[in-house]
Design a binder for this molecule. Structure first.
Ligand code: ZN
Length: 409
């Protein structure tokens, strides 16, 4: 390792001067970009569950910082002169957020362990989402509150966060939450006599800087639960918009906050009942329309042949009525429902005597071949769809076919 890691000396250092030691032309996914190696750096390279830093070297953007072949690589879009003295500046708000996230995860993991005996077996600290996986067989809000309460107690006690560099032989001096992954230069991060864990990331200095930590939700995963959490200013922002939204909804519904859930449930149920009533009325109205159409329609060999075209009709109800009607009414019913310049079709007939000679699936196939569509079904009930253009001509053709078929007998 050529580079001196300034972030381990002082995680709060945002700017530094350094000499450019090496410039590498990157390959693969990073083709066209440069890897800058510096004499010293504040830029933290991705690792230990913490994302790599971004920022600037002189006026050149650092897109990411990575460990590569044992060196810290600052990934840039432009090259730099080797041997040149440069100034570096990290994207501090982003990095400080990561330091908070990291520290919050330490405190939360230890709180899960102390309160529920839940061991953290996996952690994901992304740009916008923070999760930890805990080995537990059950998890309730009551459990989570216990964990949160302990974590927030440690935060408000403003415990000091310290790092200890130790050798393998000295490890048993520390009540470690997990075993280190390295054998030498082991770095133990201590959250004020509360949590001790080996970690290579950057952390805040005092737990009070976290403000608060809150579990947002959790899902079941293999071997336990994945809890999503939030901390710092983001936790306050989250509380702000949620509180505002709840107040607004409560005001809108003219109920107290504590009655909100019951009110919404009641509204939902009422809405369901109303929708059902409306559907029943729509059904009755449409059914009457169908019956009167059957009475008035033209008859071929004594059989009423009904053609009905709907614009944006409720197809579910239409299909239900047609299905019921052909059980009791001796008739042939041809339906087109036009939605967004497309025609949905139902061709149906009762299964009684004369109409038996007219096969609806065959008719529908002929019909849809004229309007660039397709469909199929049974001899007494067929469904399909196609374009609106040519609909009238297709109907004329179908009526002619029905006439031919019925007169054949
Ligand atoms: Zn850490």
């Amino acid at each position: 390792m050529k580079t001196e890691k300034l972030y381990y000396k002082n995680a709060y250092q945002k700017e530094f001067s350094s000499k450019v030691l090496e410039v590498i032309e990157l390959k693969g996914d990073l083709k066209g970009k440069y890897g800058i190696i510096l004499e010293k750096t504040c830029f933290y390279p991705e690792g230990g569950g913490q994302l790599g830093d971004m920022g600037k070297i002189e006026k050149i953007l650092v897109l990411d910082t990575q460990f590569k072949d044992g060196e810290i690589i600052h990934i840039t879009e432009k090259s730099l002169e080797i041997g040149k003295k440069v100034k570096g500046k990290i994207d501090w708000p982003r990095r400080y957020k990561f330091m908070q996230n990291h520290t919050a995860q330490h405190i939360l993991s230890e709180s899960f362990l102390k309160e529920l005996r839940g061991e953290t077996f996996s952690v994901h600290l992304g740009e916008n989402s923070l999760t930890l996986d805990v080995g537990l067989t059950k998890l309730t809000w009551k459990d989570v509150y216990k964990v949160e309460n302990l974590a927030n107690k440690i935060i408000s006690a403003n415990r000091k966060i310290e790092t200890h560099w130790v050798s393998k032989d000295n490890l048993d001096k520390f009540p470690l939450r997990k075993k280190p992954k390295v054998n030498e230069d082991i770095r133990i991060v201590e959250v004020g006599k509360f949590d001790y864990s080996p970690c290579g990331g950057t952390h805040i200095e005092n737990s009070g800087e976290l403000g608060t930590v809150k579990v947002l939700k959790w899902i079941k995963v293999k071997n336990g639960f994945r809890a999503e959490f939030i901390c710092g200013e983001r936790a306050l922002n989250d509380y702000q918009w949620k509180n505002k939204m709840i107040l607004e909804i409560a005001e809108f519904l003219a109920v107290k906050k504590k009655d909100l859930k019951d009110s919404v449930e009641k509204l939902f149920e009422e809405n369901k009942t109303q929708r059902k009533k409306i559907e029943e009325m729509q059904y009755k109205l449409l059914e009457d329309k169908f019956k009167s159409e059957i009475n008035q329609s033209q008859r071929i060999e004594g059989i009423p042949v009904v053609k009905l075209i709907f614009n944006d009709g409720n197809f579910k109800i239409i299909r239900k009525i047609v299905t019921n009607l052909i059980e009791v009414e001796k008739s042939i019913i041809l339906i087109a429902n036009i939605i967004n310049k497309k025609a949905n079709l139902i061709f149906a007939r009762s299964s009684k005597e004369n109409e038996n000679q007219v096969e609806m699936n065959a008719l529908l196939k002929l019909f849809t071949s004229k309007i660039g569509g397709k469909g199929g079904g049974k001899p007494n009930f067929a469904q399909g769809g196609g374009n609106v253009e040519g609909l009238e001509e297709a109907f004329k053709l179908i009526f002619k076919k029905i006439e031919e078929n019925l007169r054949k007998k």
